[in-house]
Design a protein around this ligand. Structure first.
Ligand SMILES: [Zn+2]
Length: 324
């Protein structure tokens, strides 16, 4: 039977419920915070407050997309999930190379060695220190998604290794893959590289695609079976919300609404209401969905993006038992 793997255990995909497909609850440390201090999310109390707010607007599940090396906190995710009753799916894998020092182990190991670490995080438990301490501390929280990331219009050798490792770990575990696209670029190249190493597009979520709101590109990507995650709502510096609404409308008109997911990606302390911000983790449910309703989007389309599609996108590949 297919499962979704949360930090508190495996669940039947059908109980996942109303899902925020791209979020960050903790960014505690790392080079990423030297590059961008506003990314610092280091308060469990604030995370609980934001997730409770999300739940009060109908939210039931969050996919935390902070992988190894960018301040992830597996035990923190488990305790936020316990405190709020919201399902949390955590990520292994890598973010884009600029967030890692040259000396990081990701730049020394080969794809097969890296894949083995991803597999351990999925099957045994995530390492509390992201494999950066001189010893391991395996937590009881297991990763439920594998992250891979590319740069703007670019695929360096380090990026390629990350994608190969993600695909190998998927082939072995059946865990879904979630990618970071920079401004919605390189998605076809991501899918091709993943497929070459054993991960078919129907187990891949392409993040931030609405930053490149080219519906013809989205049509072609969705037709492969891949999922497209939109997280522009509330982040007006990238594009106005009506552009995201037009894109959603077009995708449903093309019969491809089954491939769309919505995320918040409110990964800045200044966005969180708990820190005085005006959007926060509840934003999509609290403000964007009401706009969709007001503009006449049918309930079944909204439910597909929030509830139905995430079930397929975040379920483990169902044949994995027979492969063991
Ligand atoms: Zn993100």
């Amino acid at each position: 039977m297919a499962i979704v793997r949360t930090v508190l255990g495996d669940i039947d995909p059908s109980v996942l419920g109303n899902t925020n497909a791209h979020e960050h609850l903790f960014i505690r440390n790392g080079l990423i915070l030297i590059l961008e201090p506003d990314f610092r999310l280091d308060s469990e109390a604030n995370a609980v407050s934001e997730v409770n707010d999300f739940r009060s607007h109908g939210g039931q599940a969050i996919v935390d997309t902070s992988p190894l090396g960018v301040g992830r906190d597996p035990e923190g995710l488990a305790s936020v999930s316990r405190a709020t009753g919201v399902h949390v799916v955590a990520a292994t894998g890598f973010h884009k190379p600029r967030y890692y020092l040259d000396s990081h182990w990701r730049n020394r190991l080969c794809a097969e060695q890296i894949a083995q670490l991803f597999v351990e995080e999925i099957e045994i438990g995530m390492d509390a220190y992201g494999f950066e301490a001189p010893f391991r501390k395996t937590t009881s929280a297991r990763a439920g998604v594998i992250k891979a990331a590319s740069d703007y219009q670019n695929f360096t050798p380090a990026i390629r290794t990350g994608f190969e490792a993600a695909a190998l770990a998927h082939a072995q575990t059946g865990a879904p893959i979630l990618t970071h696209t920079e401004m919605g670029t390189m998605a076809h190249q991501q899918l091709a590289l993943l497929a070459k190493h054993g991960a078919s597009p129907d187990h891949v979520v392409l993040s931030h695609m609405d930053r490149n709101p080219d519906w013809m590109l989205h049509r072609d990507l969705a037709q492969t079976g891949a999922f497209l995650e939109y997280d522009g709502p509330g982040r007006i510096k990238y594009l106005p919300e009506n552009a995201v609404m037009d894109l959603i409308s077009k995708m449903f008109e093309l019969g491809l609404g089954s491939q769309i997911l919505l995320g918040g990606d409110t990964a800045r302390r200044s966005y969180w209401k708990a820190n005085g911000g005006s959007t926060g983790i509840a934003y999509v449910l609290e403000q964007f969905i009401p706009r969709l309703r007001k503009e006449g989007f049918p309930a079944q389309q909204i439910d597909a993006m929030l509830i139905g599609n995430p079930v397929r996108a975040f379920a483990f590949r169902d044949d994995r038992q027979s492969k063991k």
